[in-house]
Design a binder for this molecule. Structure first.
Ligand SMILES: [Zn+2]
Length: 310
């Protein structure tokens, strides 16, 4: 009798835990464009180990989207080895980082470029067949869009979609400009703008995804291999945890069925959530194009920095 009582209690606890965890938004981390270039006086090794150590500290497996031309040298190979040894997913982000919507880039050009990157990363044990389109641009014509989707599926690759798109790269650029002229600058304002910006985008895409799917999807956040994340990624993860988000591994996130969606829109691409919303036709008044861009951040960023100093 007692045993029965305990099993009912256990079942209820499991049910509650399950319900509770489903109620939480979840977040995985994806990092694009690793480089071995030093920046604003910081060696790439500083930047690289800071990001890796942060992921390690929080026990997070990320997905690294490799653009071949940025790492195609001895040191680049070392960088990829470091990530591979920490079990992060080593994924394809093309060789040349071309703008697929350009009329100068044909389907064949884009396929050949993809294959060059694939040949660089495939030797790693954590090589994962996920492809992220540069600038999240998935084709400006049906021929290019569907041609490349078909090409990926023949090679058993999937699109490494982003659900939470953001402009960390823009804030990083502004911070590096400041550091170049003043290496000892106080970076508190940059950190705060970065945390606010990423959280704002996460809430926006999470709300939109809940409206579109009626559930909490497993998110993929777009970040870059830059100085900003070397310095503040830990603060970002802490913030999400404090706000009740669950941190998950990228390998887990990409199992969500939402990543099998291939929205029927042209031009194709942007955040997957943006694209699904666009396809629905219900958000014509609220969707901007592109979904995210540095130009949207210029005025609010300048305003923020100005008022921060006062
Ligand atoms: Zn990129």
């Amino acid at each position: 009798m007692k045993l029965k009582y305990y099993s009912i209690l256990l079942a209820l606890t499991l049910l509650m835990t399950n319900l509770f965890s489903q109620d939480k938004p979840s977040l995985s981390i994806t990092i694009d464009d690793p480089t071995t270039e030093s920046t604003a006086g910081y060696d790439w090794k500083y930047k690289d180990s800071a990001i890796l150590n942060t992921l390690d500290k929080y026990g997070i497996i990320a997905a690294l989207f490799v653009c071949g031309k940025r790492i195609n040298r001895e040191e680049g190979n070392k960088l990829l080895e470091n990530w591979n040894n920490k079990n992060h997913l080593i994924c394809n982000h093309s060789y040349s980082h071309s703008y697929f919507h350009s009329s100068k880039i044909s389907l064949t050009d884009f396929e050949e470029d993809f294959l060059v990157c694939d040949s660089i990363i495939r030797k790693f044990s954590n090589y994962t067949k996920l492809f992220r389109f540069p600038y999240l641009k998935e084709g400006n014509t049906i021929e290019k869009r569907d041609g490349f989707r078909n090409f990926l599926s023949v090679l058993k690759y999937k699109t490494g979609c982003v659900t939470i798109d953001a402009s960390d790269w823009y804030i990083d650029g502004r911070m590096r400009d400041t550091l170049k002229s003043n290496p000892g600058a106080d970076l508190a304002a940059y950190k705060e703008y970065y945390l606010n910006h990423i959280y704002d985008r996460a809430v926006y895409y999470n709300n939109l995804s809940r409206k579109l799917t009626g559930r909490n999807i497993k998110h993929t956040l777009l970040l870059h291999h830059n100085l900003l994340n070397a310095m503040f990624l830990g603060d970002l993860i802490e913030m999400f945890m404090q706000k009740g988000w669950e941190k998950i591994n990228a390998s887990d996130a990409f199992t969500d069925e939402i990543y099998n969606t291939a929205p029927d829109i042209l031009p194709a691409g942007e955040s997957l959530i943006w694209a699904i919303a666009k396809q629905s036709g219900k958000y014509e008044n609220s969707l901007r194009y592109p979904g995210e861009d540095g130009e949207y951040e210029v005025a609010p960023f300048n305003e923020f920095i100005k008022s921060y100093k006062k």
